[in-house]
Design a protein around this ligand. Sequence first.
Ligand SMILES: Nc1ncnc2c1ncn2[C@@H]1O[C@H](COP(=O)(O)OP(=O)(O)OP(=O)(O)O)[C@@H](O)[C@H]1O
Ligand SMILES: [Mg+2]
Length: 315
Amino acid sequence: MTPGIVSLRSLQKTYPGKPPVTAVAGIDLDVPVGAIYGLLGPNGAGKTTTISICTTRALPTSGSALIAGVDVVKSPSEARRHMGVVPQYNTLERACTVEENIQFHCMYFGFTAAAAKSRTAQLLEQFHLTERAKTYPNQLSGGLAQRVQIARAIAHSPQVLFLDEPSAGLDPQSRIAMWDSVKDLHNHGITVVLTTHYMEEADELCDRIAIIDNGKILVEDTPQALKASLGASTIYELSLRETTPAITAQFQQMPGVTAVEPTPKGLRILASGHREALLPQLVNTASNNGLLDLSITEPTLETVFIRLTGRELRE
Ligand SMILES: Nc1ncnc2c1ncn2[C@@H]1O[C@H](COP(=O)(O)OP(=O)(O)OP(=O)(O)O)[C@@H](O)[C@H]1O
Ligand SMILES: [Mg+2]
């Protein structure tokens, strides 16, 4: 693997306790420069722990994490210069205004008071926050607070921005605004690493995705390649009164069918090729076997996750 701007090798983290919890169970990962990179996985997959190690909030049990070539364990303060961080929960200083939050961040990174002031003014402008400069964080909506956190995170012009669950708790409109901010930063050359358990978000926003479950990367690729890996262009979800090996075999022999999988309600049929060729046959056979419901979808990252784990991403 060519080392990425974020480069993880055999990364492992076990939280002590009874019993100990292995949150990250050996992750190798390289984020290409300029990418929007997604860590997609269900609750408890180890996404936040991975980000916490990268951002020097937690120490790995073993393995290494380099950001722009800098080891986060050996040189944490140097590594922090290369990264901006928006954690899973709002960490704005509540006693300070929006403007002060950004200014103090700049000064923490060595800006003079004057330089911090002008950088802050520029960021407020860029993020359409100028009118909120004197506002306190608890007066902001979730979407605006998120925007301030992103502006603050990139104030020292880091090469990599980490966003942990950036759209958790945001209404759909704020989520789209956040996506626009991220795309805009990406267009200015910053590398973005984000975690999410929304597959639509990963699909819409990310150039590459690592699907994580139980502290391990199951697959890593572009969203397009991950979906194409299913070898199907259409998915039929059949709800049936009962399923038997004979009916499963019948579906398997139909034109274009690449897989037939049992589901709690019946069968999932993955197929490629034209719908017109398959659908009438499929409905006919299903009707003779107690068809209760049929839905037709295209492969999503959710389908990929189900294929890999047998579970749904959102339980
Ligand atoms: N400080 C901690 N002490 C002990 N166990 C922890 C700690 N933080 C996380 N864990 C455990 O480690 C595992 C991974 O948690 P983590 O928060 O990294 O997952 P996540 O993918 O970010 O989940 P979510 O989608 O809920 O944010 C979980 O089983 C969690 O309970
Ligand atoms: Mg998390």
